[in-house]
Design a protein around this ligand. Sequence first.
Ligand SMILES: Nc1nc2c(ncn2[C@@H]2O[C@H](COP(=O)(O)OP(=O)(O)OP(=O)(O)O)[C@@H](O)[C@H]2O)c(=O)[nH]1
Ligand SMILES: [Zn+2]
Length: 320
Amino acid sequence: MTVQRSKIMVACGSGERMVELTPALLRKAPIDRPTVGDWVVLDESLSRIENVLERKSLFKRLGAGGSNELQPIAANIDTLFIVTSCNEEFKESRLERYLALCTEAGAMPVIVLTKADLVDDADTYVRRARKTKSGVPVEAINALDPASIKGLSSWIDSTSTVALVGSSGVGKSTILNTLAGQALASTGDIRDDDKKGRHTTTHRELHILPSGGLLVDVPGMRELRVADIDGSIGTVFEDIEALAAQCRFADCHHETEPGCAVLRAIEEGELDRRRLSNYKKLLRENALATATLAEKRAQGRDFAKMVKEVKAIKQKKGDT
Ligand SMILES: Nc1nc2c(ncn2[C@@H]2O[C@H](COP(=O)(O)OP(=O)(O)OP(=O)(O)O)[C@@H](O)[C@H]2O)c(=O)[nH]1
Ligand SMILES: [Zn+2]
């Protein structure tokens, strides 16, 4: 998003305008500041964002480069196209990570396999992708061919917002252009919800499609660290959690324990060892990051409490 720290482009009626955040909004945690897809309230002069409206979904990750803050990536997304290619770029572990983040976001995931036209065994990739989460829709396409991407249209109607995520070079922009089928409408044409004072924050990556649907192109993210996704890991790996319920020991680590149903499934070829290690890796990473976040929040609360106490003491002194 072309959000510098304080300047944001918003779609406003039939145009776009560059606005700033109020100091109060700037003081908020990054996760509470506007991101692409947000609906915001502007002040009377239409030059500052006063508020971010409640989000119906939020795709977020732990900030890149060792940051310990949650970072909002895209808000109010209905469907997330997780884009990957039918070549060496395809990695189940990355898909599982995206799926957990998508579930946590409250969006519906669709795995989109591009470059299916360049291989003979696209079906193999489809099968592998389907195994990353039970029931997840998978579409294998040639992103350059309008007929081939027809299947994607069913996820995009005039009321839906779709976001494209995936590594650089997998074909996100190509999908966007083929779906648009023409020069993309500018973000200025983005539907407004007619209620005064409401606007969508946008940036050059938010587009309107001929169907009227909105499409957000999230620039390639190299790092996708998770935090605060406790429940969602289990949703993606429900096969492993169901097996774990059958282990002899309730606290089984699925390493060397006798009577481990998870290890038995691996031996019997029903579960990939890779999938188990990625499950454990995500759980570890999430536990660590979530603990760090909780500690930070507690410190923030302690600090706020201290400020309050100091103020109270000063007040008392003033009173006497
Ligand atoms: N043959 C074929 N080529 C494709 C397909 N999808 C993408 N390409 C090509 O792959 C290259 C990269 O595609 P982009 O659409 O630029 O990739 P991107 O995901 O937008 O990359 P970033 O903008 O870096 O995030 C382009 O040369 C596309 O023409 C496909 O399904 N089939
Ligand atoms: Zn076990």
